[in-house]
Each structure stands twice: as structure tokens, then as C-alpha cells.
Design a protein around this ligand. Structure first.
Ligand SMILES: [Zn+2]
Length: 269
């Protein structure tokens, strides 16, 4: 598929594990700890699997790989979850793009979160697990693959326990397609290409990226740096298009955003 396999040696292990997390830096260490070389990563605001883009990415990965384990890594104090659930619970209006991407799919999936009286952020892992279960069941029914044993594991990272957080102003969003990279290696490689350090405790890793999520993080966390990372030539084309679309956006034009594109060509390895 792409050329990121080199860091696991010349014989890459098959992808048997899918790790879904929030792009929040609090999750980065936990994601790396679970990545044993046979894993592929997806990240979505609030580890939200309801958005069409993530649902489709999960289904594509299940179709193309012998995945037997799916792990959801949530974290406490997740702003993205809070915004979405507050909106579903109280009906309070939020950005329509954020609503359609992350809140509306809950209703479409007949998850009756609106009925719950005291819906807190803590409900997120349960809801995501429920939705993930539905995605897996639908996929198995369509493919007749009920025989494939699929383990679902939910992990919770304590946001408050994360140490050495840098100031938000120095934080960065790293946007790329789903990959097998260890975040530590990925950030090291992107830092080399960029000529400045992207650190584990200050980088939001978004894979796959979408403009609504990038804008949400920039607005809510006060970030202005977005780095698009391309693994290969196809990714470079896709990232260039995203970067072009983002630079046309009114919010981005009105902010002092700094957009970068870095990447490795296939020939480099
Ligand atoms: Zn979060």
C-alpha cells in the first residue's frame, strides 16, 4: 500500500490490530504502547467512530487486512466528546459542520443518547463501543465473516496524568492517512523534514484528516500550525488537495494559520 513498513524491518507483519484514538496528545503515549508492529492507527475527534469517514475507513481496513482486534483509546476531559454530547443532550446548537460530522450520526444510528438524563463525557467509551459493535456486525453480515473472531478492547487514558504538556501556542496538528507508524518515529521523521521538533506531548495526530476536524482543533485549542504528511506519491496528491481546500477556507484565511506539507517519496526507501 504505502512505504511506511520499512521501520518494522524488511518483512512487515500483517495488520491484525486496529487502534482508534482521539488526536489529543494525551493519547499519544498509550497508542504507541499498544502498537506492536502489527497495528494500524486511525484517529478521530473524541475517538468518534460514528462519522462516515471513520466508519468507511474501518470497513476498508477490515476488508483489506486480517484484523482480529480493535482497540478504542479514549481519554478523560475530552473537549470534542463534551461539545458533541452537550449538543445531543441539550439540543444546543453547535457549528453545523461539527454537528453533521460527529453528532448527527448518533441519531442516524438510533443511539438514544438524547434519552439519557445525565450524559457526561464518561459515556463516550460506552457509546463508541456500541457503535463499533454495530459497524462490525454489519460488516460481518455483509461479508458472511462471522467466523472471524473480533476482539474489542476499550482503554481510557487519564488526561490529568499526562506530564510535561507544552503550551498550546507551540502545539501542532499532524495530518496524514491511516498508517502503521509508531508516533515517536513518525514525529521524528516529520521533524527532520520540517527542520523543527514535533513532540509527542504537543502534537495532535489526525489520521485520516478532514477540514472540519482541523478547524475544530485550531479553534478550540488555539493552534495555528498544520503539517500535512505524505507517505508516498498518492498521499502527496491527496494532501496537496486538502491543503489547497483548507487554504481557501474563510476561517483559515482570517486566522494566522501556517500550513506545511512534508513527506517521503517511495523512491527514498
Ligand atoms: Zn479528545
Amino acid at each position: 500500500m504505502v512505504d511506511e513498513f520499512y521501520m518494522f524491518g524488511s518483512r512487515p507483519q500483517p495488520i491484525e490490530k486496529l487502534i482508534i484514538s482521539c488526536p489529543e496528545p494525551a493519547s499519544n503515549q498509550a497508542v504507541d504502547a499498544e502498537n506492536t508492529g502489527n497495528a494500524i492507527m486511525l484517529s478521530s475527534l473524541g475517538a468518534n467512530v460514528a462519522s462516515n469517514k471513520i466508519t468507511q475507513a474501518v470497513i476498508n481496513l477490515l476488508n483489506e487486512n486480517p484484523i482480529r482486534e480493535i482497540m478504542l483509546i479514549n481519554h478523560t476531559d475530552c473537549l470534542a466528546s463534551e461539545v458533541v454530547y452537550r449538543s445531543i443532550h441539550s439540543g444546543r446548537s453547535i457549528d453545523p459542520q461539527i454537528y453533521s460530522l460527529f453528532a448527527a450520526p448518533f441519531k442516524a444510528n438510533h443511539i438514544t443518547v438524547g434519552d439519557k438524563r445525565h450524559l457526561e463525557t464518561d459515556a463516550n467509551p460506552k457509546l463508541q463501543s456500541l457503535l463499533l459493535g454495530q459497524i462490525i456486525m454489519t460488516w460481518q453480515a455483509e461479508r458472511g465473516e462471522s467466523a472471524r473472531n473480533m476482539r474489542r478492547i476499550i482503554k481510557m487514558v487519564n488526561h490529568a496524568s499526562a506530564e510535561n504538556y507544552e503550551s498550546r501556542a507551540r502545539s501542532t496538528i499532524l495530518a496524514l492517512n491511516p498508517s502503521r507508524w509508531h508516533y515517536e518515529h513518525l514525529l521524528g521523521d516529520a521533524s527532520d523534514l520540517l527542520g523543527r521538533a514535533l513532540t509527542m506531548d504537543s502534537t495532535y495526530v489526525l489520521e485520516p484528516p478532514d477540514i472540519t476536524s482541523i478547524k475544530f482543533i485550531m479553534r478550540e485549542k488555539g493552534l495555528r500550525d498544520v503539517v500535512f504528511y505524505a507517505h508516498g506519491s498518492d498521499d502527496a496528491i491527496e494532501m496537496k488537495k486538502l491543503l489547497r481546500d483548507l487554504s481557501k477556507d474563510d476561517f483559515i484565511r482570517g486566522s494566522n494559520a501556517r500550513l506545511y506539507l512534508v513527506g517521503r517519496s517511495r523512491a527514498a526507501h
